[in-house]
Design a protein around this ligand. Structure first.
Ligand code: PLP
Length: 373
């Protein structure tokens, strides 16, 4: 049987990985500035992560949510430490699922149906999440029944007009757009979103699937703005490659037995992976490192006189060259042996290394970008 052929792939097969280094089956080495799509937060094969998962596997790997699992509570308590206000945690398995559940909750809690999303958004491929994604080519007819309006960042009048109908259950926002190419709202526009949501009883979803867990230089990217989300979907960096997602739900929204559910979500291995990620983020100061490296990145782009606009924040950062970057990314892979990310904006190179990336590694990447661009 063949594989269902949906991915554009490099002719590369990986055998092993450690820190930022990827090793192919041919023994070739690559540096990872892509993290398998912003997933690798604490580096590949981190010893603390390996030890936690190995220990857990030797005890119990899986049981469903029919029994209590103290690691879920531990994870919830640890995540609350990064937030102002109390949130409850619902665990699932991926970013799309996290957004899908957040959208469902917004609709359950308000009794409303419409969703407001932003132009350039990407929220995943499940039904409501893909409908709230600004890419009609991945929305199947079966997903197209959702009522979603797309507004541009900065378009206050349109936002106000839509929300004042009081028909919207949620505004869903990535405060740094990932797939869309690293655009961000202004501080002022973000405050306006917050105010309009409150005035109209619309619930706010801050999609932290890609930008969360320290990647933006704050633990959550929305914390760089005046935003008070009702729901915070997380995934990617949360498990450093072990599939896990979750929604942090503000305490003002009360749980109803059975309103959400999952078989695999919150299993022992997933929770131990996320707890180990938090241990390393805290012990190694990785949120601070992401912020420090953003400054280094900006300084190096200036020093090397790279002719491109810097976009994003922390280690969710990139360069917009104003011309298509596919040839540059190919040259970086083939000649410099570095993986970088693309985006739906073809002019943007997206840089998403593990959060324990170093100044030296970033300088190497930027000198290669300068040489090849
Ligand atoms: N939300 C954002 C902001 C993302 O970047 C992604 C994936 O790229 C998703 C949701 C979907 O996550 P997943 O692929 O884990 O379903």
């Amino acid at each position: 049987m063949s594989l269902y052929d949906v991915y554009a792939q490099y002719p590369i097969e990986l055998e092993a990985a450690s820190g930022m280094e990827l090793t192919t089956t041919q023994g070739e080495k690559y540096l990872d500035f892509y993290g398998g799509h912003a997933v690798i937060s604490i580096g590949h094969s981190h010893p603390h992560y390996l030890a936690a998962l190995t220990e857990q596997l030797g005890k119990i790997g899986f049981y469903s949510n029919v029994v209590q699992n103290r690691y879920q509570q531990e994870l919830s308590d640890r995540l609350n430490g990064y937030l102002t206000g109390e949130y409850a945690l619902f665990l699932c398995n991926s970013g799309a699922e996290a957004n899908e559940n957040a959208l469902k909750l917004a609709s359950f809690k308000t009794g409303r149906k419409k969703v407001l999303a932003f132009k350039g958004s990407f929220h995943g491929r499940t039904s409501a999440a893909v409908a709230a994604t600004d890419n009609p080519s991945i929305v199947a007819p079966v997903n197209a029944g959702h009522e979603v309006s797309f507004v541009a960042f900065g378009d206050y009048d349109s936002l106000k007009q839509h929300l004042y109908t009081a028909e919207y259950c949620a505004v869903i926002i990535e405060t740094i757009q990932g797939v869309g190419g690293l655009d961000q709202p202004s501080i002022e526009f973000a405050s306006q979103i917050n105010t309009l949501c409150k005035e109209t009883g619309t619930l706010l979803i801050a999609d932290e699937v890609q930008s969360g867990f320290g990647r933006s230089g704050k633990f959550f990217s929305f914390q760089r703005f005046d935003l008070e989300p009702d729901f915070i979907p997380v995934a990617k960096g949360m498990g450093n490659g072990f599939p896990i997602g979750g929604v942090l739900i503000h305490e003002k929204h009360h749980a109803v037995k059975g309103e959400l559910g999952t078989t695999f979500g919150g299993n022992y291995l997933a929770c131990r992976a996320a707890l180990a990620v938090l241990d390393v983020i805290e012990k190694e100061g990785l949120v601070e490192n992401a912020s420090l490296l953003e400054h280094h990145f900006r300084a190096e782009v200036e020093r090397l006189d790279i002719d491109a606009q810097i976009k994003g924040a922390g280690l969710m950062i990139g360069l917009d060259f104003g011309i298509p970057t596919a040839p540059l990314r190919k040259a970086l892979l083939e000649q410099s042996h570095v993986f970088v990310g693309s985006s739906s904006n073809p002019n943007v190179v997206r840089i998403l290394p593990p959060l324990n990336c170093t100044k030296e590694a970033l300088s190497y990447l930027l000198s290669e970008i300068k040489r090849l661009s």
